[in-house]
Design a protein around this ligand. Structure first.
Ligand code: 6CS
Length: 315
């Protein structure tokens, strides 16, 4: 039989590299086939999620940035400066977090989804038309964000005018001036040629792009124990692979951008310059708790405990 697996990126981008490794593992260890559907083949992120919930797809990768409407708690990943910037701590956190490995699966299950894993895709940086050194520089900048209210709140706090859009509209909207900025991890800024339609990259260390990979729950529950184990193992192998794959990728991607367009300015803001952005975190946390109530509060608290544990284990 054939298992259908859609994701939000091209086959050569991080989600695609993960998916290819998953496919390779499944096919090497069973008679199942995995058919991959990269971005653009089945629609936007919201479309592939619908198809996965309906059981038309067996597997889907959807980033929490798009899952907010379905699972408001998934927006916790948009509290700025919550995730660590240090790679070892970040990886330790994703491997061992109770919030990710125990709490989120319950919330995804309520939506008919078996959450298999979450993994980081790299530090998120902004690209804009004008230089950004402080929140004041974002004043009046229509800034594209993924479609979730907390990210809107976060960019409001950063001083911008947030504009939620699906990914497929971003390049064109920058080109025509409908928006003047967007954010994404380094590899994606490079691979999607954001430098063709913006002039400045600004990194403030506010987030690492998180994504989630899951199965249709009825499909997963209907698998034999052996096949469930197969899926779990393939997920683990792909998870390890994608963390290794990303070693040095952020720096390399920023270098690629610089060689593709020498006129592009890449600014890594200093601690001092980051401070006003960091100061917005408590307000965004409050907004998160307002949106998600007790359940969100519990997740946020667990995430903080997990982060402390990851920090203690790696430092
Ligand atoms: O910004 C976005 O919408 C996209 N960014 C990444 C890194 N992956 C998929 C997502 O659609």
């Amino acid at each position: 039989d054939t298992w259908r697996y859609a994701f939000e990126e091209a086959e050569t981008e991080v989600q695609g590299v993960f998916a290819q490794k998953f496919k390779e593992e499944i096919e090497a260890n069973s008679d199942h086939e995995v058919q991959l559907f990269p971005f653009g083949t089945l629609g936007e992120s919201a479309d592939i999620m619908e198809q996965a919930q309906a059981g038309i797809l067996q597997f889907v990768d959807q980033s929490p940035g798009f899952t907010g409407a379905l699972i408001p708690e998934a927006q916790v990943f948009f509290v700025p400066y919550l995730l660590p910037q240090d790679e070892a701590t970040l990886q330790e956190f994703f491997r061992n977090s109770k919030a990710i490995n125990e709490m989120f699966p319950e919330l995804y299950a309520e939506q008919g989804l078996e959450l298999l894993t979450m993994f980081p895709e790299g530090e998120v940086c902004m690209t804009t038309q004008e230089e950004v050194r402080s929140p004041e520089d974002l004043d009046g900048v229509k800034f594209r964000v993924m479609t979730n209210p907390l990210l809107v709140e976060s960019y409001n706090q950063f001083g911008a005018t947030p504009t939620p859009l699906p990914w497929g509209e971003v390049y064109g909207a920058l080109q025509t001036g409908i928006i003047q900025g967007q954010e994404n991890p380094g590899f994606f800024l490079d691979s999607t040629k954001m430098y063709e339609v913006t002039e400045y990259v600004t990194c403030i260390g506010h987030n690492n792009f998180t994504t989630a990979m899951m199965a249709n729950k009825d499909f997963y529950d209907g698998l034999s124990e052996e096949d469930q184990k197969l899926v779990e193992n393939a997920t683990d192998v792909a998870f390890d692979h994608i963390l290794d794959y990303q070693a040095g990728l952020q720096d390399k991607s920023l270098e690629n951008i610089k060689s593709a367009k020498p006129g592009m300015t890449i600014n890594i803001l200093s601690e001092e310059e980051r401070q006003p952005f960091m100061d917005t975190a408590p307000a965004v946390e409050d907004a998160f708790i307002e949106m998600t109530g007790e359940s969100g509060k519990e997740i946020l608290e667990q995430m903080k405990a997990d982060l402390e544990a990851a920090n203690a284990a790696t430092n």
